[in-house]
Design a protein around this ligand. Structure first.
Ligand code: NOJ
Ligand code: CA
Length: 934
C-alpha cells in the first residue's frame, strides 16, 4: 500500500500556467540527505527522499544553489554556472533527480544567480587580468574611486562597509551589492547578457521547469539613482523572458525582488517579464498581525497590492533560507517585530531575524497552524521551507544564516538520520537542544503520530491542492467590526471559500456580513462539517485563540442535520377582533376571510406544506375542535386546500397568545394573524408551538377523550397499559424537535414524543400502524406506541391525526453516524502509515455496529413474519417477481457507480488511475450491471 507516489505530470506546454497552482517546497541539497556518509547532503540523497516530499503534498521543488562555489555565501557565490558542486553529486545525478521528481508529479525550480558571481569565477579572474576597457574586463563593474553610485544602500550591513572593493590585481574598485567576494556582473556589456542567456539555456535544455532570479532589482547601475528597479534592469529581464517565450514555453521565471508591492509589480511587466515574484512585504505583516493581535497589517498591505497580469502569480512565504527580512517595514515596525520575535540579540542579522518558523512562534502549535493557514490561503503560490513542516528549530549560535540551514531531521537516530558520518564531519551540526533537537522533532516520529504537525500539514496541503480558488481566485476582505479577526473570501468561478482567522490569544466572536450568500451552507473544509446556513442577518462565528476556519460556501449542501432553520414569519398581520371564543370567531366570516386572505401565504412558508409547487386555488377551515380541559382555548383544525384541481387536508391546530404573556420565539414565528379583545392584543398562532397544547393532547389521550366535530368524532385512544406513561405533570418540560418537518414533533418530560401529522389522509398512518403492531407483539427495540389521535368521519373512515410514542434518548441517526465513520476512515487513510491500527479499529467499530443493526432488523422480521389475523400484517412469501425487482434495483445502482467511474478521466495519481481501470476490467462482468455487459 505504501508504493511510491507516481503521478502524471502534464507537460509545461500543456499546462503553461502550472505555476499558478504551485505549492513550493524549498530545500538545500546540502542539508537534506547525505547518501554517501561524507556529512554533506547530495543529489542521490535527495532522490531517495522524493517520496517524502511528494507525500507531503507539494507539487514543486525549489533548490538552493548547488553549483561549484567557495560557499562563502552558501552557494550564492557561484564559481561555475554549468556544473554541480562535486560534494553534491554530478550533472548526471542532477538529471536523475530531475527525472525522478517529474515522475512524482513534482516540478523543479533552480537558482539563476546572475547579479553576481564568486570572485573565484573564471570570468572574474579573467576580468581582473584583462585590459581596462576591454570586453572581458567589462564583464564586471569597475571604478577608479569608491565614491561612484553613492546613493546606493548597503544590504549586508552587518559585514560590508561599502559596495566597492579594491582589487590590487586590476588596480581598480569593483562593484558588489552583497559580499565583497561577490562581484556584480555588468549588464551594460552585451556579452554578459549573452553569457547569462547561455547559462539559462543550459539548464532549461536539461528540463528544469523554473528559475528563481536571485537579487534581480540590482542588475544595472546608473549614477544619481539608488540603483534598484532601474528601467534598464527591466529591459534585461524582458530580453530574458523573450528567450523563454521563444524557446521554452511553459517554463517560469520567479523574481526575488525584496521591494514594495508597486515596485515588485514592475517585475511582471505587462505579463512579459517574470511569471512570478515573491511578495516580500506581506511576510513580516503576517507576523505583525499576530504580534499586535490586529488584522490591519495584512489587510493594509493587501489593499496596497496592485492587480497583476493574468498570467502572473505571487509567491508567498513565511520563512526561507535567509533572515526574516524586515526591510519592507517602517523603522518603528521593525523595532516592534525585533522586540517581539528576536529578544535574543543573537537572533538579529542585518535588517532581519535569523530564526525558523517554530522558534519564532515559540513552538506554539496554534500559532504555527494559524500562520500556515494564512500562507496556504492568501493569494499566491505558497512556499514551504524544508523542516518547517515538522516544526524544526534553529541554531542562532552558528554564523551568518547557517542557523536556519541545518540538516533536515529525519529520525531520532545519530545525526537525526541525515547522515551516518562522524558528527564532527557534518557540513553543519544538527539542532540538538532539548526542545527542538532531532530526538524530539523529526519526520519519522511525526509520520507515526497522527496528531503531529507533519500530518496536519499533509492534510491542509491536500485541501489546498484540490481547490483552485486558493491559487487562482480573487481576494476580497470582509471587515467585521472585531479587528482581531481576519476574514476574507477567495472566489473562482462558482466556488467561494471563506477564510476566518483569529489573530489573538483570546477566544473571539465575530459577526460577518454574508447576506449576499444567504441560503448557502458553509462547509468546513478540514472536517467537512456543515455549519448553519447563511441568512440575511450577520453570521456569528466563535473562534478559539488563534483559531481559524476555511469554509466552502456551498450552494447544494443541506444544512447540518442538527440545525433547525427558524420558521419564516408572515410579513404583516391582519387583526381579528374577538368578542367571545376564538372558535366562534373562526367559525364566522372572520374564519372564511382568514382562510382566503392569510392562509395561502402562510402555507407557502411552511416546510410541511408539500403542495407549494402547485397553485393554490382555495383554502377553508374544515372544522374546529376544542381540546377539553385547560384554561387556554386550543383548537384542533384541519384545512381543506384545493390546488390544481386536487383537494388535500392539512392539520393546523390553532390558539392564541397574548402580548402580555411571557412566550418563547416559536409562537411568534408561527403566527398567522393578530387578535384583539378590547384593549388586549395578541397573536393567532399554530397551537403546536405552545406547551399547553402538548399537555392537553397527552391528557386527552390519557383520559380517552372524544370530541364531536362537524366532520365526525375525534378519538383519543391510549394503547393498552400505557395510560400511566401518558400522565405527565402539567408543568413538565416540553422540547420541540421539529416544528416544520413534514410532521411536527415534540417531547414531553423527556419521556413521551408527540408527533402531529400535518398531511391528513384516509386510512391509518403507517407509522401509527407499524408501531402499534410492533408494540402489541412485544418487539422491544422500537419506541413504544402510547396512543393515537384519530378522526372517524361520518362514513366510518379513519384518519390518523397524531401519535404518542415513548421517547428514546439518542445521539443522532445511523445514517449520519455511518457517514461520520466513513469520513473519519478517509481521514485516517490520508495519514495512512501513521495509522494502520487505528484504521482497523474504525472498521472494527463499524462491523460491530452493522452486526447489531442486522440482529435488530432480524428480530423485527421474526415478529413481522409471525402468523396473524391482522390482514395488513399477514406475512407473504417472496416470489420470483420480488427477487427480480430486488435484482433490478441492485443492478441499477451498480450501473450508476460503474458509469460514474467510466466517465471520470482524470485521477489524482497513476496508482488510483490503475485501481479505477482494474474496477472497469472485464473480470467484474460477473456483476449484473448493464454497463458491465456493454
Ligand atoms: C539572495 C539570497 O537569497 C541570499 O541568500 C544571498 O545571500 C543573496 N542573494 C546574495 O547572493
Ligand atoms: Ca554526501
Amino acid at each position: 500500500m505504501n508504493a511510491p507516489t507516481e503521478s502524471v505530470l502534464l507537460s509545461n506546454e500543456q499546462d503553461a500556467l502550472w505555476y499558478k497552482d504551485a505549492i513550493i517546497y524549498q530545500l538545500h541539497v546540502k542539508s537534506f540527505f547525505d547518501s554517501n556518509d561524507d556529512g554533506i547532503g547530495d543529489f542521490p540523497g535527495l532522490i531517495s527522499k522524493l517520496d517524502y516530499i511528494a507525500k507531503l503534498g507539494v507539487n514543486t521543488l525549489w533548490l538552493l544553489p548547488f553549483y561549484p562555489s567557495p560557499r562563502l555565501d552558501d552557494g550564492y557565490d557561484i564559481s561555475d554556472y554549468r556544473a554541480v558542486h562535486p560534494e553534491y553529486g554530478t550533472l548526471h545525478d542532477f538529471k536523475r533527480f530531475l527525472d525522478a521528481a517529474h515522475r512524482r508529479g513534482l516540478r523543479v525550480i533552480i537558482e539563476l544567480v546572475i547579479n553576481h558571481t564568486s570572485d573565484q569565477h573564471r570570468w572574474f579572474q579573467r576580468a581582473r587580468h584583462a585590459k581596462p576597457g576591454s570586453v572581458l574586463r567589462d564583464y564586471y563593474v569597475w571604478s577608479d574611486t569608491d565614491k561612484k553610485y553613492d546613493g546606493t544602500r548597503i544590504i549586508f550591513i552587518d559585514t560590508e562597509r561599502s559596495n566597492w572593493t579594491w582589487d590590487p590585481e586590476a588596480k581598480a574598485y569593483y562593484w558588489h551589492r552583497f559580499y565583497s567576494h561577490q562581484p556584480d556582473l555588468n549588464f551594460d556589456n552585451p556579452r554578459v547578457i549573452e553569457a547569462v542567456l547561455g547559462v539559462m539555456r543550459f539548464w532549461l535544455d536539461m528540463g528544469v521547469d523554473g528559475l528563481r532570479l536571485d537579487a534581480v532589482p540590482y542588475l544595472v547601475e546608473r549614477e544619481g539613482t539608488n540603483n534598484e528597479n532601474l528601467p534598464e534592469t527591466h529591459t534585461v529581464l524582458k530580453r530574458i523572458r523573450a528567450e523563454i517565450d521563444a524557446s521554452f514555453p511553459g517554463r517560469m521565471l520567479l523574481a526575488e525582488a525584496n521591494q514594495w508591492p508597486e515596485d515588485t509589480k514592475e517585475y511582471f511587466g505587462q505579463g512579459d517579464e517574470c511569471h512570478m515574484a515573491f511578495h516580500f512585504p506581506l511576510m513580516p505583516r503576517m507576523y505583525m498581525a499576530l504580534a499586535r493581535e490586529d488584522r490591519f497589517p495584512i489587510t493594509d498591505i493587501m489593499r496596497q497590492t496592485p492587480q497583476i497580469p493574468d498570467n502572473c502569480q505571487w509567491a508567498i512565504f513565511l520563512r526561507n533560507h535567509d533572515e526574516l527580512t524586515l526591510e519592507m517595514v517602517t523603522d518603528s515596525e521593525r523595532d516592534y517585530l525585533w522586540q517581539t520575535y528576536a529578544t535574543d540579540r543573537r537572533a538579529r542579522i542585518n535588517l532581519g531575524i535569523r530564526r525558523r518558523l517554530a522558534p519564532l512562534l515559540e513552538r506554539d502549535r496554534r500559532r504555527i497552524e494559524l500562520m500556515n493557514c494564512l500562507l496556504l490561503s492568501m493569494p499566491g503560490a505558497p512556499v514551504i521551507y524544508y523542516g518547517d513542516e515538522i516544526g524544526m528549530g534553529d541554531n542562532i549560535r552558528l554564523g551568518d544564516r547557517d542557523g536556519v540551514r541545518t540538516p533536515m531531521q529525519w529520525s531520532p537516530d545519530r545525526n537525526g538520520g541525515f547522515s551516518r558520518a562522524d558528527p564532527n564531519a557534518l557540513a553543519l551540526p544538527l539542532v540538538m537542544d532539548p526542545l527542538y533537537g532531532f530526538e524530539v522533532v523529526n519526520a519519522e516520529s511525526q509520520a507515526r503520530d497522527r496528531h503531529s504537525l507533519l500530518q496536519w500539514m499533509r492534510r491542509m496541503l491536500a485541501i489546498r491542492r484540490t481547490h483552485a480558488a486558493f491559487g487562482r481566485g480573487s481576494l476580497r476582505f470582509l471587515y467585521p467590526k472585531n479587528r482581531k479577526v481576519l476574514a476574507y473570501l477567495r472566489e473562482l468561478d462558482s466556488e467561494t471559500i471563506l477564510c476566518v482567522a483569529n489573530v489573538s490569544h483570546q477566544p473571539q466572536a465575530v459577526e460577518l456580513d454574508l447576506s449576499e450568500f444567504a441560503g448557502r451552507v458553509p462547509v468546513e473544509m478540514d472536517g467537512g462539517s456543515a455549519f448553519p446556513p447563511v441568512g440575511q442577518l450577520t453570521y456569528l462565528l466563535t473562534l478559539p485563540p488563534y483559531g481559524f476556519y476555511w469554509f466552502v460556501l456551498t450552494q447544494e449542501s443541506d444544512g447540518p442535520s442538527w440545525h433547525t432553520p427558524a420558521p419564516e414569519p408572515m410579513p404583516d398581520y391582519v387583526t381579528i377582533v374577538l368578542r367571545n371564543q376564538l372558535a366562534d370567531v373562526l367559525a364566522s366570516v372572520a374564519g372564511i376571510e382568514l382562510a382566503r386572505d392569510t392562509i395561502p401565504a402562510y402555507l407557502g412558508k411552511r416546510r410541511w406544506f408539500a403542495a407549494k409547487d402547485q397553485s393554490l386555488q382555495s383554502a377553508r377551515i374544515a372544522y374546529l375542535a376544542r381540546l377539553p380541559g385547560g384554561d387556554r382555548e386550543l383548537l384542533l383544525s384541519e384545512l381543506e386546500v384545493k390546488t390544481d384541481g386536487k383537494t388535500s387536508r392539512w392539520m393546523l391546530p390553532l390558539s392564541m397568545v397574548w402580548e402580555d404573556e411571557p412566550t418563547a420565539a416559536l409562537p411568534t414565528q408561527l403566527a398567522l394573524a393578530r387578535v384583539r379583545r378590547g384593549r388586549r392584543v395578541g397573536l393567532l398562532t399554530d397551537a403546536f408551538s405552545l406547551s399547553g397544547f402538548a399537555h392537553q393532547m397527552l391528557a386527552s389521550l390519557a383520559s380517552g377523550a372524544e370530541i364531536e366535530t362537524t366532520e365526525g368524532r375525534i378519538v383519543f385512544e391510549a394503547a393498552p397499559d400505557k395510560v400511566e406513561l401518558l400522565q405527565r405533570p402539567p408543568d413538565s418540560q416540553v422540547l420541540w424537535l421539529s416544528a416544520e418537518q413534514s410532521n411536527s414533533s415534540l417531547v414531553v418530560d423527556d419521556a413521551v414524543m408527540l408527533k402531529v401529522f400535518r398531511r391528513i389522509a384516509p386510512g391509518q398512518h403507517p407509522e401509527a400502524e407499524m408501531s402499534r403492531y410492533l408494540t402489541a407483539n412485544g418487539f422491544a427495540n422500537s419506541p413504544l406506541m402510547l396512543g393515537e389521535v384519530r378522526r372517524m368521519d361520518n362514513e366510518g373512515e379513519r384518519f390518523s391525526l397524531a401519535v404518542a410514542q415513548s421517547f428514546v434518548r439518542n445521539q443522532g441517526d445511523a445514517w449520519t453516524w455511518t457517514l461520520d465513520q466513513f469520513n473519519r476512515s478517509l481521514d485516517n487513510h490520508a495519514t495512512r502509515e501513521a495509522n494502520e491500527e487505528a484504521r482497523h479499529d474504525d472498521i472494527h467499530d463499524y462491523k460491530e455496529f452493522a452486526a447489531t443493526m442486522g440482529r435488530q432488523l432480524g428480530t423485527m422480521h421474526v415478529v413481522l413474519a409471525r402468523a396473524t389475523d391482522d390482514d395488513a400484517f399477514a406475512p407473504r412469501l417472496a416470489g420470483p417477481e420480488d427477487v427480480a425487482t430486488w435484482v433490478e434495483r441492485a443492478r441499477a445502482s451498480l450501473d450508476r457507480a460503474f458509469d460514474a467511474l467510466a466517465q471520470r478521466t482524470t485521477w489524482e495519481n497513476e496508482q488510483v488511475a490503475a485501481e479505477a481501470q482494474e474496477m472497469l476490467a472485464p473480470c467484474w462482468a460477473v456483476l449484473p450491471g448493464a454497463a458491465r455487459q456493454a
